[in-house]
Design a protein around this ligand. Sequence first.
Ligand code: ZN
Length: 233
Amino acid sequence: MNVSRKALTLVLPSFLILLSPAGFAATVEKPPLVSKEAWGSKAAPIPCSRRQVPVWITIHHAGEFWKAGADPAESVRRLQKWGQNRPKLEQPPRDTYWPDLPYHFPIAPDGRIFEGRAVAYEPETNTKYSVNGNIGVDMLGDFEKQRPSIAQIRSCVALTAWLCQTYRIDLAHVRGHMDAAPGQTDCPGKDFYRYFEDGQLKRWIGTAMDGKCPDIDPGAALPDGPSKPIGEP
Ligand SMILES: [Zn+2]
C-alpha cells in the first residue's frame, strides 16, 4: 500500500473534525441554554427593519438587586412583560414598545443561560448608542451592590467565547455597556467592570477560545466595592 495515501486517510478525518463548515477551527462548545419554551417566553414579532449582523458583544448587569431564593425564570418573564407594557407604564422617552426581551442572553446567579431575543435582531436600550450589531449578554443582579457568583462569571466567559467563535467577533469588540454608552450608565456595575479594567475577563475568554478551561478566580472584594456575593441573604 502506498504509504503517503495511508497517512492521508489517517490524518484526514481528524483534520475535518477540527474545522467548522466555514473552514476555521471550532474549539468552543455551545453552552447549554434554557430554551424559550422552557422558561415560557411570550415574545411578539420584531419588525424586519430591526435585523442585524452581530459585530459587538455588549455585557450588562440587570441593575436590580438579586434577592436570595428568587426565581430567574420568573425574573426573565417579568422583564419581557414589562417591555411589552412600556407604552402603558412609562413616560417618554421610556415608553417605547419592546416586543421581546431587551437582551439576547440573560444569565442567572446559578449560571444558567436563558435564550432571550434572537441574535438576528438588535437589542433595546434606555441609553443612547448604536444598538445595531450588538449581542446583549445580561447578568441578573446589581454589581454595584453585590458580587457576581463564580457560576455566573463562568457562564458569561463560556457564552462570550462561543459567540466570538460563532459570529467571528474579535475580542476587541467585547465591551461593557458603559464602554458603549460612556457617561450614561455604570452598567455592568463596579464588581463586574473590574474584570474589564484589569484585563482578566478577556484573558479568560481567550483561554476558553483556545479550547482550554480558564482558571477563573473572582479575587477579593474591591476596597470601595460590594462584598456580598449574589444570592446570599
Ligand atoms: Zn446595561
